[in-house]
Design a protein. Structure first.
Length: 349
């Protein structure tokens, strides 16, 4: 038998905990946001959504759309972790004729481990997991950027832009992140499917088991990984800059006459949304940055993959933590809104 998660209790625990928590909490956020959306006016045709003097209605409408999108992507990312966790149990139960002990990490059982790992890598569920992994990562980064842009426009130019939102615009807002993430996920699947592993080393096979960026021994795949990392870091730099500008200019917004005359609970909602958005961005960066560093090491020192088993384990821990942000995002949103909105009788809004 073999563990595709390396018999590492930390990786196994995080995979199960973050996976199941993420699936449940993200579906909760989706249902809650849909319920809140139904309470808001809905447009017909190209007629704009009513835009109150303070633009609060429009802000909430867009925010709910963004949160539903993020929760769907995070639910998929959580499902990726669940797939790995279930696969780990399944392949522990597979017994091959050549298996003569419970350990697959030493001696003659190397061939058994490779045989089992090969079965997993060619399993349709591994391909599905890889697609979901690429999709959720790209989608989550895109949504982090979109939410920051939304907050930047709403607070930096709170009373300078008259926003006219129609159903068509809402549809565009909803599908654009998927237009970015789906091609990236398909590219990852195609690259993994059309390249093969040329090794008899268990260490080489182990990092493939997570069904993430694959076959990094090949130069053009490492270049693809490098481009992905740099684009992700660029988004984060832009996001942090926008939030710094928002915080710096928040005093100016507070002093605006329209902000002063806005209802207390409406002002409160803007602070809750901003607080949740910043917390999600910071925690995402904390969970993602180690994986980015590991990715850069692999890009410029690919020999680490085949020579250092400890590096494989550490990088696998970071990859799992990387994906665990899918469970953190909805928990942050739920905690932030419930703690603050209870005082003004606004849940998730």
């Amino acid at each position: 038998m073999a563990s595709i998660l390396f018999d590492n209790y930390l990786i196994i625990s995080v995979t199960w905990l973050a996976g199941l928590t993420g699936v449940v909490s993200n579906f909760y956020v989706i249902i809650k946001c849909i319920f809140k959306l139904k309470k808001l006016p809905i447009t017909s045709g190209t007629k704009p959504i009513p835009d109150p003097k303070s633009s609060i209605l429009v802000r909430r409408y867009i925010f709910y759309i963004l949160m539903i999108n993020m929760a769907i992507g995070d639910a998929l990312g959580s499902f990726y972790l669940v797939i790995l966790a279930i696969a780990d149990i399944r392949y522990r139960l597979i017994q091959l004729p050549s298996t003569n002990s419970s350990s697959i990490r030493h001696g003659a059982n190397f061939s058994t481990a490779i045989e089992l790992f090969t079965l997993w890598l060619h399993n349709p569920m591994c391909h599905l997991a890889r697609f979901i992994h690429y999709l959720s990562i790209t989608h989550s980064i895109s949504m982090t950027g979109f939410i920051a842009i939304d907050r930047f426009i709403r607070l930096k130019y709170a009373f300078k832009i008259n926003i006219q939102i129609t159903k068509k615009i809402l549809v565009i807002i909803s599908i654009f992140p998927w237009m970015i993430s789906v091609p990236h996920a398909l590219t990852g699947i195609i690259l993994a499917k059309n390249t093969t592993i040329h090794s008899t080393s268990v260490i080489i096979y182990e990092y493939h088991n997570l069904c993430s960026y694959d076959n990094l021994e090949i130069e053009f795949i490492r270049i693809y990984l490098l481009v992905s990392i740099l684009l992700g870091m660029l988004v984060y730099v832009m996001v942090f800059m926008m939030y710094l500008i928002i915080v710096y200019n928040i005093g100016e917004v507070k002093q605006h006459q329209l902000f002063i005359t806005t209802r207390f609970k409406d002002r409160k909602s803007e602070y809750v949304i901003l607080s949740a958005a910043i917390m999600i961005t910071v925690t995402n960066f904390i969970t993602w940055f180690p994986a980015f560093v590991v990715g850069m090491i692999i890009v410029f020192n690919p020999e680490f993959i085949g020579k250092n088993e400890s590096f494989i384990i550490i990088s696998s821990v970071f990859v799992v933590l990387f994906q665990s942000n899918c469970a953190l995002n909805p928990l942050i949103l739920i905690y932030n809104t419930k703690q603050r909105y209870n005082k003004v009788n606004l849940a998730l809004g």
